[in-house]
Design a protein around this ligand. Structure first.
Ligand SMILES: [Zn+2]
Length: 490
């Protein structure tokens, strides 16, 4: 897949970068703001300091609670996060996706599974019984945190406080309970659409009476929030890359209709110690982190570098010696791609084969069974499993007319460690490979001389695309060089 997929990926990369650049702090619903120039005489007096209550007056006997990265409590219609003491100041990757896309809305990111935001945040204790949500970026650094230059760089990189919460109650061991109902029910740039995605899709204000929290589920290293949000549409998206303008604008309605999405927000705690990164080199085609500007590396200037995106594959402790001897070992953590259970059954074996085809490449690096595909369980088979869960990589089958597929990844911005990937598989990619195969091979392959290919041939073409996209999600770019340097017969 050369040109089409290149375009898809190039389109994707600026999308994600732009997200990071267009960030602006937000104020959660219900938080107080001061309007510059407002008449100070009319301003209400400063509200009395927040007084946390005893724990069991907030998290009462009727609370429905679950334990994980944060404890989640639901008391009546209110959601509380209980942040354990040791989770303050930990870096948390927040990835948001559509879990159900809007009907009649096929502009840009508009299919179930599409990513709409990615952000790194942390929670920290502020003064006056507050908890702050801090936005974290990694554009500038100094190498040695004991050096003055490092402190100087940090002094010029104060990260924005994106939201503030009153501590409703203190919990044991330095934990704090905050009420996140308003934050999750309203709109903000960290958990829901990025400002860039909203502009691209033409989304306006969230309509509070048509939006609600579906669930907040907590796991040992992640927390998954599901919400339904209804937005006003501001204008047809100028950035539409495929399909037509949203049908809401073509139906003759005097005012734009609302548009409703179900969103899944994953909060994943990043490793305490980032994976050892590897520097990007122009000569080897990897996807990368954003550029980092380093003030320590070059004693008489600055250095700019990026890290490559790659999975963390390590031998199990008991296998380290074997691994060093060159024996094949299984990695500590296998790379698993789940196949969307809505995929047409006859293509599933080929999609799986396309993933498993990569095992040979990992064997060259010393790992066996490093990567495998499995069909995702249905809700009936496992009610705790979710394809949007940021711990899971997946190939998502989309009922789209786009003749393409794409393979993005979500990585730790500190190290390039790939955390997960959701491959976009558009149904109509079959027309693309049918056309290619017919044009390129019909002279020598009789199987290519008909408009509807046999399932076995189409299956093999699907296997090829599956393998190709998985390659992207492993961090690899197109290898343009090989097209000119490898003889055709190879
Ligand atoms: Zn490609």
């Amino acid at each position: 897949m050369q040109k089409f997929l290149t375009i898809a990926l190039m389109a994707l990369l600026p999308f994600l970068n732009a997200d990071a650049q267009q960030r602006r702090p937000v104020v959660p619903q219900g938080a107080s703001t001061v309007t510059p120039g407002a008449d100070t005489a009319k301003r209400p007096p400063v509200s009395p300091p927040n007084k946390p209550k005893p724990y069991n007056e907030v998290i009462t006997a009727k609370a429905v609670s679950s334990d994980g990265m944060f404890k989640v409590h639901k008391v009546d219609d209110n959601y509380f996060f209980e942040i354990p003491g040791d989770m303050f100041d930990r870096e948390i990757l927040v990835v948001s996706r559509l879990s159900k896309a809007a009907a009649g809305f096929r502009t840009g990111a508009s299919y179930a599974g599409d990513q709409i935001n990615s952000e790194t945040i942390s929670f920290e204790k502020g003064p006056n019984n507050k908890v702050f949500l801090r936005e974290i970026s990694f554009q500038e650094t100094g190498r040695d945190s004991t050096e003055g230059m490092y402190r100087s760089v940090m002094n010029s990189n104060l990260q924005p406080i994106g939201a503030s919460f009153d501590v409703k109650a203190w919990a044991p061991k330095g934990g704090a309970v905050i009420d996140v109902t308003g934050f999750l029910n309203g709109d903000n740039d960290y958990f829901f659409f990025s400002p860039f995605s909203k502009r691209r899709l033409g989304l306006g204000q969230v309509m509070a009476d048509r939006s609600y929290i579906v669930s907040a589920k907590t796991f040992p290293a992640n927390l998954e929030v599901k919400t339904v949000k209804t937005y006003t549409l501001t204008a047809p998206s100028a950035g539409a890359t495929s399909g037509s303008v949203p049908s809401a604008f073509t139906m003759g309605a005097p005012t734009p209709r609302p548009v409703t999405f179900e969103l899944n927000t994953s909060m994943v705690v990043l490793p305490k110690v980032p994976m050892k990164p590897r520097y990007y080199d122009d000569r080897v085609g990897y996807f990368t982190t954003q550029t980092i500007t380093d003030f320590d590396m070059n004693p008489q200037g600055i250095d700019r570098y990026r890290y490559i995106a790659r999975y963390r594959l390590e031998p199990k402790t008991e296998d380290v010696e074997k691994y060093k001897r060159g024996e094949l070992v299984e990695p500590q953590k296998q790379i698993i791609y789940y196949i969307d259970p809505t995929t047409p059954k006859k293509w599933i074996p080929y999609l799986i084969q396309g993933v498993n085809d990569w095992q040979v490449a990992f064997e060259k690096a010393g790992f066996k069974n490093a990567i495998v595909a499995k069909v995702a369980p249905t809700p009936e088979e496992d009610s705790t499993f979710s394809l949007e869960d940021a711990r899971h990589s997946a190939i998502i089958y989309k009922p789209s007319d786009i003749p393409n597929a794409s393979g993005p990844n979500v990585h730790d911005p500190r190290s390039g460690e790939i955390m997960e990937s959701h491959i976009n598989w558009y149904h109509n990619v079959m027309s693309l490979v049918r056309n290619w195969y017919m044009i390129q091979t019909a002279a020598v392959d009789p199987k290519a001389r008909k408009m509807v290919f046999d399932d076995e041939l189409m299956g093999q073409l699907i296997r090829f695309v599956s393998s190709h996209e998985v390659g992207h999600t492993l961090g690899l770019r197109h290898n343009f060089g090989s097209s000119s340097t490898v003889p055709v017969e190879n």
